[in-house]
Unconditional design. Structure first.
Length: 331
């Protein structure tokens, strides 16, 4: 695809875009330096990714993209009517055994993309009318993704930036994204060390999620700001209810209520679907029951969360097929 580059006057027309370009130019070298002995995430693998070494996420210094598409299955303020402009980035620093995006997170499906190609993918989503640019699991490849975002902004991209991450983040890295990310979309997966451990996550997950989401809230405030029903600034915390782990979910929402905010929108997801890798597993091989999900929603209501996104509990499968043109049932 050929992109018509905007005139210099158009590029410089938005004060926000100008400020963001300056912020990106300042922060990218700082984040790239973290890859020299990699501490981009709490795994702290301390490998030199700039010299080709790889750590837990298996990524090098560049960007690896699995899919770029308008996504209609996110929360209404993210997907709106024209879709989120979603970039599914390869690998993950958690790699949960039950991940519904396992082809991308665990199998590392995707192709290396250079600065211009990824920037072009962002602009293509903008030209399709998407409401935002949604970066999915960007942390392990953040410097390269921001290089492309800088190029896209210089070419005229003005959409809000959504940061969709697993919640296992370093507060210092999140702080570097102040002025770049508009809408934070973190998971809060585990509310105690035991459930984190049993689900193959690091035991410090709850503490890391608390600290990093607190920094996100500091940047944007507790309430989601919208225009025409579309998120412009704020945080939406996501929690996937897991089968047989209601107590984990209750621990998560009580931590959010007591340590973060009850004004922040909370998205409680019932869509857990066993992937082939865990289909026979006694812990992860079944769906969440209506009773389990409703028990979690009831406690969130009792705690007076001001904004809840909830889902039906039904038989629909939620394992996207990323080999298909439209990976999601609702596309
Ligand atoms: S980003 Fe990857 S290499 Fe760096 S600390 Fe995290 S898992 Fe390890």
């Amino acid at each position: 695809m050929i992109y018509e580059l905007p005139s210099a006057r158009e590029v410089l027309s938005g004060a926000k875009t100008r400020a963001m370009i300056e912020t990106l130019k300042e922060r990218i070298p700082l984040l790239r330096e973290l890859m020299r002995s990699c501490t981009l995430c709490p795994r702290e693998c301390r490998v030199n990714r700039l010299e080709g070494e790889t750590g837990f996420c298996g990524l090098g210094p560049g960007a690896v993209l699995a899919r770029a598409l308008p996504h209609f299955g996110e929360e209404p303020p993210i997907s709106g009517t024209k879709g989120a402009g979603t970039l599914f980035l390869t690998s993950c620093n958690l790699q949960c055994p039950f991940c519904q995006n396992y082809r991308i997170s665990r199998d590392r499906m995707g192709e290396a993309v250079d600065r211009e190609a990824l920037a072009g993918a962002m602009l293509e989503l903008a030209m399709k009318g998407c409401h935002n640019i949604e970066l999915v699991t960007p942390t392990p490849q953040l410097p390269a993704v921001l290089e492309s975002l800088l190029a896209a902004c210089e070419w005229g991209l003005k959409l809000p930036i959504v940061y969709n991450c697993g919640g296992y983040e370093k507060t210092g890295v999140i702080r570097h994204l102040d002025g770049i990310v508009d809408v934070w979309l973190p998971d809060f997966k585990y509310g105690n060390e035991r459930d984190a451990r049993e689900c193959s996550a690091p035991e410090d997950y709850p503490q890391r999620a608390l600290e990093s989401i607190a920094e996100m809230l500091r940047q944007t405030g507790e309430r989601l700001q919208t225009a025409g029903g579309i998120a412009r600034r704020g945080v939406i915390i996501r929690h996937l209810v897991l089968p047989g782990r209601v107590q984990n979910s209750l621990d998560v929402i009580r931590l959010i209520a007591s340590r973060l905010s009850k004004k922040v929108p909370l998205s409680l997801m019932s869509q857990y679907t066993p992937t082939p890798a865990v289909s026979g597993d006694p812990l992860f091989g079944c769906r969440v029951t209506r009773e389990e999900y409703e028990a979690v929603v009831d406690v969130a209501l009792d705690l007076d969360f001001e904004n809840l996104f909830i889902q039906d509990v039904d038989e629909r499968e939620f394992t996207p097929d990323f080999n298909k043109e439209a990976p999601f049932d609702w596309d």
